[in-house]
Design a protein around this ligand. Structure first.
Ligand code: MG
Length: 158
Protein backbone atom coordinates (compact mmCIF):
# COMPACT_ATOMS: atom_id res chain seq x y z
CA UNK A 1 0.00 0.00 0.00
CA UNK A 2 1.43 3.33 -1.06
CA UNK A 3 0.00 6.85 -0.85
CA UNK A 4 1.17 9.92 -2.79
CA UNK A 5 0.97 13.52 -1.54
CA UNK A 6 1.97 16.97 -2.72
CA UNK A 7 2.51 20.25 -0.87
CA UNK A 8 3.13 23.89 -1.78
CA UNK A 9 3.96 26.94 0.33
CA UNK A 10 5.04 30.56 -0.03
CA UNK A 11 6.51 33.00 2.48
CA UNK A 12 7.41 36.65 2.09
CA UNK A 13 11.05 37.80 2.35
CA UNK A 14 11.74 40.60 4.79
CA UNK A 15 14.59 42.26 6.66
CA UNK A 16 15.35 41.40 10.27
CA UNK A 17 14.45 37.68 10.08
CA UNK A 18 16.63 34.58 9.83
CA UNK A 19 16.33 32.47 6.69
CA UNK A 20 15.49 28.84 7.47
CA UNK A 21 15.12 26.30 4.67
CA UNK A 22 14.80 22.53 5.24
CA UNK A 23 15.73 23.06 8.89
CA UNK A 24 19.03 24.76 8.00
CA UNK A 25 19.85 28.39 8.80
CA UNK A 26 21.09 30.00 5.59
CA UNK A 27 23.28 33.13 5.76
CA UNK A 28 21.38 35.90 3.89
CA UNK A 29 20.45 39.58 4.27
CA UNK A 30 16.71 38.69 4.26
CA UNK A 31 14.62 36.07 6.03
CA UNK A 32 11.14 34.64 5.64
CA UNK A 33 8.20 36.17 7.50
CA UNK A 34 5.73 33.95 9.33
CA UNK A 35 4.18 32.92 12.63
CA UNK A 36 6.66 30.04 12.95
CA UNK A 37 10.28 30.21 11.74
CA UNK A 38 8.63 30.32 8.26
CA UNK A 39 10.61 27.38 6.85
CA UNK A 40 8.72 27.27 3.56
CA UNK A 41 10.34 24.00 2.44
CA UNK A 42 9.48 22.07 5.61
CA UNK A 43 5.94 23.45 5.44
CA UNK A 44 5.51 22.13 1.88
CA UNK A 45 6.90 18.76 3.00
CA UNK A 46 4.51 18.60 6.00
CA UNK A 47 1.56 19.37 3.71
CA UNK A 48 2.64 16.66 1.27
CA UNK A 49 2.80 14.05 4.06
CA UNK A 50 -0.53 15.16 5.53
CA UNK A 51 -2.04 15.21 2.05
CA UNK A 52 -0.86 11.69 1.27
CA UNK A 53 -2.78 10.42 4.29
CA UNK A 54 -5.77 12.78 3.83
CA UNK A 55 -5.06 14.27 7.28
CA UNK A 56 -5.81 17.87 6.34
CA UNK A 57 -3.09 20.51 6.16
CA UNK A 58 -0.47 22.25 8.26
CA UNK A 59 -2.86 25.14 9.04
CA UNK A 60 -5.33 22.70 10.60
CA UNK A 61 -2.71 20.97 12.76
CA UNK A 62 -0.69 24.06 13.73
CA UNK A 63 -2.97 27.14 13.50
CA UNK A 64 -1.10 30.45 13.16
CA UNK A 65 -3.54 31.94 15.67
CA UNK A 66 -2.11 29.65 18.39
CA UNK A 67 0.61 31.41 20.44
CA UNK A 68 2.10 27.95 21.12
CA UNK A 69 3.49 27.94 17.55
CA UNK A 70 4.89 31.50 17.56
CA UNK A 71 8.49 31.36 16.34
CA UNK A 72 8.44 27.56 16.53
CA UNK A 73 11.22 25.56 14.87
CA UNK A 74 9.52 23.90 11.88
CA UNK A 75 11.66 20.79 12.45
CA UNK A 76 9.37 20.12 15.44
CA UNK A 77 6.31 20.42 13.19
CA UNK A 78 7.80 17.92 10.73
CA UNK A 79 8.61 15.51 13.58
CA UNK A 80 4.99 15.75 14.75
CA UNK A 81 3.66 15.08 11.23
CA UNK A 82 5.98 12.06 10.82
CA UNK A 83 4.75 10.73 14.18
CA UNK A 84 1.14 11.20 13.04
CA UNK A 85 1.90 9.24 9.86
CA UNK A 86 3.57 6.47 11.85
CA UNK A 87 0.47 6.25 14.08
CA UNK A 88 -1.51 5.67 10.88
CA UNK A 89 0.95 2.92 9.89
CA UNK A 90 2.92 4.87 7.28
CA UNK A 91 6.55 5.85 6.87
CA UNK A 92 8.22 8.10 4.30
CA UNK A 93 9.04 6.11 1.15
CA UNK A 94 10.70 9.08 -0.50
CA UNK A 95 10.37 12.85 -0.77
CA UNK A 96 11.32 15.25 -3.55
CA UNK A 97 11.40 18.99 -2.79
CA UNK A 98 11.95 22.00 -5.05
CA UNK A 99 12.73 25.44 -3.62
CA UNK A 100 12.19 28.47 -5.86
CA UNK A 101 14.48 31.33 -4.78
CA UNK A 102 16.33 33.95 -6.80
CA UNK A 103 18.88 34.42 -3.98
CA UNK A 104 20.87 33.22 -2.13
CA UNK A 105 22.63 30.37 -3.90
CA UNK A 106 21.37 27.20 -2.19
CA UNK A 107 23.64 24.60 -3.82
CA UNK A 108 26.22 24.71 -0.95
CA UNK A 109 23.45 23.85 1.57
CA UNK A 110 21.63 21.02 -0.21
CA UNK A 111 23.62 18.18 1.42
CA UNK A 112 22.98 19.54 4.94
CA UNK A 113 19.30 20.05 4.11
CA UNK A 114 18.92 16.42 2.97
CA UNK A 115 20.76 15.16 6.07
CA UNK A 116 18.56 17.25 8.35
CA UNK A 117 15.26 16.18 6.78
CA UNK A 118 16.15 12.49 6.52
CA UNK A 119 17.24 12.42 10.20
CA UNK A 120 13.89 13.89 11.32
CA UNK A 121 11.95 11.53 9.08
CA UNK A 122 13.97 8.53 10.29
CA UNK A 123 14.92 7.38 6.78
CA UNK A 124 18.18 7.10 4.85
CA UNK A 125 19.39 10.18 3.01
CA UNK A 126 18.91 8.55 -0.41
CA UNK A 127 15.14 8.79 0.15
CA UNK A 128 15.19 12.59 0.45
CA UNK A 129 15.84 14.86 -2.52
CA UNK A 130 16.11 18.66 -2.31
CA UNK A 131 16.47 20.79 -5.43
CA UNK A 132 16.63 24.55 -5.85
CA UNK A 133 16.00 26.78 -8.82
CA UNK A 134 15.77 30.49 -9.58
CA UNK A 135 12.81 31.69 -11.61
CA UNK A 136 15.01 33.61 -14.07
CA UNK A 137 14.07 36.86 -12.24
CA UNK A 138 10.38 36.29 -13.14
CA UNK A 139 7.52 36.51 -10.67
CA UNK A 140 7.61 37.18 -6.91
CA UNK A 141 10.47 34.77 -6.32
CA UNK A 142 12.45 36.39 -9.14
CA UNK A 143 11.85 39.85 -7.67
CA UNK A 144 13.08 38.49 -4.30
CA UNK A 145 9.75 39.30 -2.64
CA UNK A 146 9.36 35.75 -1.42
CA UNK A 147 10.42 32.12 -1.65
CA UNK A 148 8.15 29.24 -2.62
CA UNK A 149 8.56 25.52 -2.26
CA UNK A 150 6.93 22.36 -3.62
CA UNK A 151 7.14 18.84 -2.23
CA UNK A 152 6.00 15.42 -3.43
CA UNK A 153 6.08 12.36 -1.19
CA UNK A 154 5.38 8.67 -1.40
CA UNK A 155 4.27 7.14 1.89
CA UNK A 156 4.61 3.40 2.39
CA UNK A 157 3.17 0.98 4.99
CA UNK A 158 5.56 0.45 7.89
MG1 MG B 1 4.04 28.18 5.69
Amino acid sequence: MIRIGQGYDVHRLTEGRDLWLCGVKIPHSLGLLGHSDADVAIHALCDAILGALALGDIGKHFPDTDPKYKGIDSKLLLKHVIDLARDKGYTLGNADLTIMAQKPKLAPHIATMRETLSAICGVSIDRVSVKATTTERLGFEGREEGISSMAVVLMTRC
